[in-house]
Design a protein around this ligand. Structure first.
Ligand code: UDP
Length: 245
């Protein structure tokens, strides 16, 4: 990164810088942690680097299965170069097991396993507190074309299949996750943002006492334990798995 790389956008966990090539951006991970729409904030030294490493490996794994992602190449320990996208303001959440908000909003019990993955769409809008949408509301607010929504749905389910298997290999259960999509310069739908333990729930299957052991941002949300130790554990398992295959 040099002085010419202008800051385009700063979010809660990442900064986006301009690249010399107008079709690319530089995505830098921060150490900040936020939860409950940034009502709870903290900083964990090394989190940015861990989430960056995890995201790069996950994107590369998904691309090996022909999932379109914005990842192009690494640029530093805490950043990568990605395709510049026009972000679609939807947070796409997939749930394999009920946990978190769905258990507060419905009478579904935490830990309920779904026969089929559930997809929930939320409007990406902090002022409105990211409200849950319906398909009809998505059509009304006109943020995505019907065909694009169809593509997003299909790609998201495929990501869930690929990553559920990937994490099972390293004895982690992918409980749920959030992804975001955008349009690249050719107008194609591409997976953007990041994929890290900040945006998914991963339960340790090595824990054999029958209790849930979270290795994700729930540690921060609910003050359950050492976040960096957990993210390190995930990163190490991923790296060991990749080097063994
Ligand atoms: N999630 C996220 N960003 C959000 C909301 C949710 O990355 O703004 C992720 C969260 O980490 C979890 C999944 O989406 O893996 C489902 O989250 P949920 O709806 O249960 O909300 P929560 O109770 O975690 O806020």
């Amino acid at each position: 990164m040099n002085k010419e790389n202008k800051l385009i956008y700063e979010g809660k966990a990442k900064k986006i810088f301009a690249h010399e090539d107008p079709e690319k951006v530089i995505i830098e991970f921060k150490d900040d942690a936020t939860a409950f729409n940034a009502m709870k904030k903290s900083k964990y030294e090394g989190k940015g680097k861990l989430n960056c490493m995890i995201s790069k490996n996950i994107f590369k794994h998904l691309m090996s299965y022909d999932i379109p992602t914005h990842y192009i190449n690494s640029s530093s320990d805490i950043s990568f170069i990605g395709q510049k996208l026009e972000i679609i303001p939807l947070e796409v959440v997939v749930r394999n097991i009920a946990f978190g908000s769905i258990c507060k909003q419905t009478n579904i019990k935490p830990g309920t396993k779904f026969d089929n993955p559930l997809i929930d769409y939320y409007l990406k809008n902090d002022e409105l507190n990211d409200p849950l949408l319906t398909i009809d509301r998505i059509k009304l607010i006109n943020v995505v074309k019907t065909q694009e929504l169809f593509d997003i749905n299909k790609i998201t389910l495929k990501i869930n299949e690929i990553l559920s298997e990937f994490f099972l290999n390293i004895q982690l259960k992918l409980v749920d996750f959030k992804v975001e999509f955008g349009r690249n310069s050719s107008g194609h739908i591409v997976l953007g943002d990041e994929f890290s333990p900040d945006n998914c729930r991963l339960w340790d299957l090595k824990a054999n006492n029958g209790k849930i052991k979270s290795l994700d941002k729930d540690l921060f949300r609910n003050d359950l334990g050492d976040l960096i130790e957990a993210y390190n554990e995930i990163n190490t398992r991923i790296q060991n798995f990749i080097s063994s295959t």
